[in-house]
Write a protein that binds this ligand. Structure first.
Ligand SMILES: [Zn+2]
Length: 107
């Protein structure tokens, strides 16, 4: 009887150890995924700027304004909006102005 108990304790300890290792692995993976997501998001922002077209004259010569918060630079605005997500201050919408026809639009 005692032997079985010891066996169980050993198995439990092993299981806990495996779980801890797996947890550490998944933590590392989470970090990696987060980093990758950030990279992808940054790339998406870059691509978005490239693909952005004026709805009035269809010119791609548009400039993001980011007028939601005047005190902050556009870079920080984008970082807050896309990077953290937990910060409710920044909106995902950005104001753009067309360099060709001068009209503003929100994307
Ligand atoms: Zn335009």
């Amino acid at each position: 009887m005692k032997r079985i108990h010891e066996e169980n304790v050993r198995k439990q300890a092993e299981a806990a150890k495996t779980q801890a290792t797996m947890q550490a692995k998944s933590d590392k993976l989470d970090e990696q995924i987060k980093k990758n997501q950030l990279k992808i998001q940054k790339q998406q922002i870059r691509e978005m700027r490239h693909a952005m077209k004026c709805p009035h004259c269809h010119s791609t010569n548009v400039k993001p304004l980011g007028v939601h918060r005047k005190d902050f630079s556009l870079g920080r605005e984008l970082m807050w909006g896309y990077g953290s997500g937990s910060n409710g201050k920044a909106t995902k919408k950005t104001d753009f102005v067309c360099m060709k026809c001068g009209k503003r639009f929100v994307k």
